[in-house]
Design a binder for this molecule. Structure first.
Ligand SMILES: [Zn+2]
Length: 96
């Protein structure tokens, strides 16, 4: 271990690549009570949550391979999937 890493950084696992990363490097996705799967930029929405890296590769894997649906134990409608893909685009436009 190198010395600069702070202690007590909350780690979460990306549903696509299964790597652990500090929580703030990931995007939280929540299955709301209504059943709709939405992005949770604040990390404070209630519901079953999952995390995805801020990379196109992981977003595509999570959406296409149903990793996200599996993690959230739900099925994502085509409309809902399109919303998530819109968010993915915004995220990638902003860069890191
Ligand atoms: Zn990932």
């Amino acid at each position: 271990m190198k010395g600069t890493r702070p202690k007590h950084v909350p780690q979460r696992t990306c549903v696509a690549c299964r790597q652990e990363r500090p929580k703030r490097e990931l995007v939280r996705i929540v299955r709301a009570l209504s059943g709709v799967v939405e992005v949770d930029p604040t990390g404070k929405k209630s519901g079953r949550g999952a995390y995805i890296c801020r990379t196109r590769t992981c977003w595509e894997a999570a959406l296409k391979k149903k990793a996200l649906e599996h993690a959230l134990q739900t099925s994502i409608s085509p409309e809902n999937r399109a919303q998530l893909q819109e968010f993915e685009k915004e995220l990638m436009d902003k860069g890191e």
